[in-house]
Design a protein. Structure first.
Length: 81
C-alpha cells in the first residue's frame, strides 16, 4: 500500500507501508492491503503505520482519509503538528 500524509504547509510522509491504524470517529480501525474504498474523518489520536523496516507513530487532532486502490491519502489540519 502507498501512504501519503500531508498538512497544508508540509508533506509529512510518503511511501510504501504494510498496514496503518487510524483514530476514526467510531473507534480505531486498521487498513490492510486491498481494503474497500473509504472516505471518512479522523479524530484526535495516533496514526500508527508500519513500513518494511520500522513502526511509526504520529499524534493528530483531526483529519480526513481517502482510500482507493491501495493508496491512502491522509489530510491533516495545519495546527495538528
Amino acid at each position: 500500500m502507498y501512504l501519503t500524509i500531508s498538512a497544508p504547509d508540509q508533506q509529512i510522509f510518503e511511501g510504501i507501508i504494510e498496514k496503518v491504524t487510524l483514530p476514526g470517529s467510531q473507534g480505531t480501525f486498521q487498513v490492510f492491503k486491498d481494503h474497500a474504498p473509504l472516505v471518512t474523518t479522523l479524530v484526535k489520536g495516533t496514526i500508527l503505520y508500519q513500513t518494511h523496516a520500522k513502526a511509526h507513530a504520529l499524534a493528530i487532532k483531526k483529519g480526513l482519509i481517502e482510500l482507493a486502490d491501495n493508496h491512502i491519502t491522509i489530510l491533516l489540519e495545519s495546527d495538528d503538528l
